[in-house]
Design a protein around this ligand. Sequence first.
Ligand code: G1P
Length: 288
Amino acid sequence: MKVKKAIFPVGGLGTRFLPATKALPKEMLPIVDKPLIQYAVEEAVAAGIEEFIFVTGRNKTAIEDHFDHSTELETTLVARGKLEALNLVQGMIHSPGSVSYVRQQEAAGLGHAIWCARHQIANEPVAILLADDLILGAPALREMVDAYQGGNMVAVMNVPADETGSYGIITPQGEAGQLVKIADIVEKPAPEVAPSTLAVVGRYIIEPGVFEKLAEGNKGAGGEIQLTDSLAARIPDVPFMGLRFSGERFDCGSKLGFLKANIAFARSRPELGTELDKWLTDTVLNRG
Ligand code: G1P
């Protein structure tokens, strides 16, 4: 039951970050000095993923270039003896053929994006990572892969009651340790009708049956083909578990979440944390 492949849906327009995202994919926005998508890929690597499938769209070629050799850059770094930087850029190149790109031709929803990758997936489980959801600390996908025993699995966390309309929300049915058995799931319910405040964050392990449901092309919340609906449709047939991951999640699809992530990740870096903390305490917080 090894999970060897991961899908990264990166076709979104990133309208919440305009004008920054007019020509730059939102997944390339940096947290400190690394683009969001690279954090997601590194989390996948830490979980043992060997094949990386990006579902892209127009204006996303910067992502392809980012994970490829830059001969001119590498030659220049060699010539200037900048070996640390050279190791950094060469270390993020994956083995030939392990990275593929599928183009989603229309923004028809997360479920549609995943379905676009169907020809890359055999009869096997596959992970999905949404780069907007950035996790500091223990890699969530690793925790999920370690606990996975077939069926479908999502990462879950409690959200404030007035925010259920931004997430897939589960109906929990018993817990054991980090695992939550899921009786139902609904996409973006209003707080008045939400079954709980346990929300899905962007980490999934799905089984092949989900692709069959996605193929039906049914539209759900917001008129889009929702991954959540296909997961719900599989509940009668396969186990469905939530995993309360241990890391701290940042919603980098929002400006505030993105700013918080930059501060938290910078504070966790030895070469930046001490000075940043000092500046925050002495200067920012003292301004009153
Ligand atoms: C997507 C999913 C939603 C999930 C969320 C996590 O929504 O559809 O179920 O809770 O990601 O970030 P989006 O944020 O793309 O609207």
